[in-house]
Ligand binder design. Structure first.
Ligand code: MG
Length: 241
């Protein structure tokens, strides 16, 4: 019996250690330059911005089904995706042109590969995914961090090392329609850690993989993906233009 309790305690402490290791780098990860391990600067919301997440609560958010309460974790001003809980999205829907700012960090999962490390995503209007992934040190393709998923690879790989805070500034212009016919596609510009990696890229599709879809002439929410990895977000705001 005593052995069993010791084993249980040991097992639990190992599980806790494994969890916290997700946020600690080790010397197996080759760091290309010192700034890769420095957090991106946090950017204060301008006074006219709508604050979507300031670390206090999920009052602006709802589950992907549009009705259930968000149960992602919330600790020290940071939200973290909870595996199996599902995607979350803003209650408010946005159309026209706007700028979205958010900060994120991906865990250190050296055992994972490709889409299996620090995967999440920011779906603009719930339709167009700007990929969040641990793509540190890779030659970025159309599915890597900073890509518009399956549409456009980032011009350069601006990823910081996993566990380090990064930023996206996404400028979006909704597609234009005349008499129900699309006359101009959606356009997305992305700055990753302050560097422009997508420059007014026209989006030829009305939805990217796993997006909400729906009528692309109507406003849509900002959606954050649960892809089974404990990706963290903070300081999310939007400025209509
Ligand atoms: Mg994703």
């Amino acid at each position: 019996m005593r052995c069993l309790s010791v084993a249980v305690v040991l097992c639990c402490s190992l599980a806790v250690a494994a969890d916290s290791d997700l946020w600690k780098l080790d010397d197996k990860l080759k760091i290309a330059k010192p700034e890769d391990t420095k957090d991106a600067e946090t950017v204060k919301a301008p006074k006219d911005a709508i604050i979507l997440f300031d670390g206090k609560d999920f009052s602006q958010w709802v589950k992907r089904n549009g009705k259930d309460e968000v149960k992602w974790s919330l600790k020290d001003g940071v939200m973290e995706g909870v595996k199996g809980h599902g995607d979350i999205m803003t209650k408010e829907k946005f159309g026209g042109s706007f700028k979205l700012h958010l900060e994120f960090r991906v865990p250190y999962e050296p055992g994972g590969k490709g889409q299996g490390r620090g995967n999440s995503g920011v779906y603009v209007q719930g339709r167009y995914e700007v990929q969040v992934l641990d793509s540190y040190g890779l030659v970025s393709g159309k599915n890597d961090c900073g890509a518009i998923y399956n549409v456009s690879a980032p011009k350069t790989n601006e990823c910081k090392a996993p566990t380090i805070w990064q930023s996206y500034d996404i400028d979006f212009t909704a597609p234009k329609f005349v008499d129900g016919k699309k006359t101009e596609p959606a356009k997305i510009t992305v700055h990753h850690n302050g560097v422009k990696i997508q420059d007014a890229v026209p989006i030829p599709v009305d939805n990217t993989t796993a997006g909400l879809g729906g009528d692309p002439s109507t406003p849509g929410p900002i959606l954050l993906q649960d892809h089974g990895h404990p990706v963290q977000f903070r300081n999310v705001w939007i400025l209509k233009q």
